[in-house]
Design a protein around this ligand. Structure first.
Ligand SMILES: [Fe+2]
Length: 385
């Protein structure tokens, strides 16, 4: 039977579960770490929210000459008369900004794992021009663009679609399309880019947390949970075939700690509850899952999204979450997401993720789709998920 655990983590339930499990087996914290996992990780990607004092530490503000270069690159790309999938470093040339973006890409893979680019004049562009500008700048961070649905969309709009898309099945089965909080998780793929087109009236703060920092605390206090996280978990595929897949949540990829999971696939969410006929989580997994969430929350850094910001994060090395938000008529939170990868700088992809990653970054330029308006992600059949 599935343990008493839901999408929204409950600290009281975690505490009770931990107390119960330790009462049953007080030797759990004395278990050794599993093979291949060190007692602790160090390096610039190991940080906590309180280490940061000022957003100037991670915000890179574009200058007037940069913005002019971006406009020239946009005109150049338009002059080529090519489909948007051909947006690349060479078709969107940025003479002086490109070297800066290369340095920032290295920050994602071998530095702190995140930065914010400020600020794109989003109101000045048409939706198509903005897609070109966004994908063009981002091509210099990572030239691989990930498939975000079954119809080869490589651009996704993150917005509360409950009212505008209420008729679409699946609209409320994913918290990304609601105003609800999104608890700590990672996306699939290497890098996430989020462009803020509009911010909410209230809330919607974005939170990021170092997976290696979370790992260090679990390894030091509950090495038994490291073993649980590195073992296989039954991930719900919500009615697809096969009905579930097994894979770990935690990996050591050549010395990089990688945490990769979506809580939704473990607990269900909203209109998509956990499928009844697949293996349940164990009590140990339920404890490990909530432990991850609350440690990520404890050490998180809050990023204040501004209109025109692009937030880039390394999704292999950082967890992220979002607070619930409230829109009003003038402030309807609207982000646009790209999934990117920089092949030259990339970490080794953990073996159980290789096939997913291969499929993710396999959309040829002529097949890439750039939806200019919000839509619910579609399966290949056209059904939504
Ligand atoms: Fe996400």
């Amino acid at each position: 039977m599935q343990p008493d655990i839901s999408y929204h983590p409950d600290l009281a339930k975690l505490r009770a579960r931990t107390a119960r499990r330790l009462a049953e087996d007080p030797t759990l914290p004395q278990r050794p770490l599993p093979a291949g996992f060190p007692p602790s990780i160090s390096g610039p990607i190991v940080w906590e929210g309180s280490d940061w004092t000022d957003e100037s530490q991670w915000v890179y503000t574009l200058t007037t000459p940069h913005l002019h270069e971006i406009d020239c690159a946009l005109a150049h790309f338009e002059s080529l008369d090519k489909p948007l999938g051909f947006i690349a470093r060479d078709t969107f040339p940025l003479p002086t900004l490109a070297p800066e973006l290369r340095t920032l890409a290295a920050v994602l893979y071998s530095g702190r794992g995140f930065f914010v680019l400020r600020e794109i004049p989003v109101d000045k562009y048409s939706p198509r021009e903005l897609a070109i500008v966004y994908a063009g700048i981002s091509a210099h961070i990572g030239s691989g663009r990930g498939r975000q649905d079954g119809t080869n969309a490589v651009l996704a709009h993150i917005k509360d679609l409950r009212v505008s898309h209420a008729h679409v099945k699946g609209a409320t089965g994913n918290s990304a399309y609601t105003a609800d909080a999104q608890v700590f998780h990672t996306d699939i793929g290497d890098l996430i880019a989020l462009l803020g087109i509009q911010t909410a009236a209230h809330g919607g703060v974005s939170r990021i947390s170092s997976s290696a920092r979370v790992y260090n605390e679990i390894a030091a206090t509950r090495p038994d949970l490291v073993a649980v996280l590195a073992d296989d978990w039954p991930l719900d595929r919500f009615g697809r075939t096969p009905a579930y897949v097994n894979r770990p949540v935690l990996y050591n990829a050549d010395g990089h700690i990688v945490i990769q999971y979506s809580r939704r696939q473990l607990t269900g969410y909203g209109a998509q509850p956990r499928s009844p006929h697949i293996p349940p989580l164990s009590e140990a997994q339920a404890e490990a899952l909530d432990t991850l969430h609350f440690l990520a929350d404890k050490h998180a850094l809050a990023l204040n999204f501004k209109k025109g910001d692009i937030q880039y994060i390394n999704s292999l090395g950082l967890l992220h979450a979002r607070d619930a938000f409230t829109d009003d008529t003038e402030h309807r939170r609207h982000l646009v997401r790209l999934w990117l990868r920089n092949d030259e700088l990339a970490w080794k992809t953990p073996a159980p993720l290789e096939e997913i990653w291969r499929n993710l970054y396999s959309v040829p330029p002529e097949a890439q789709r750039f939806p200019l308006e919000p839509e619910i992600r579609k399966l290949e059949s056209g059904a939504t998920k």
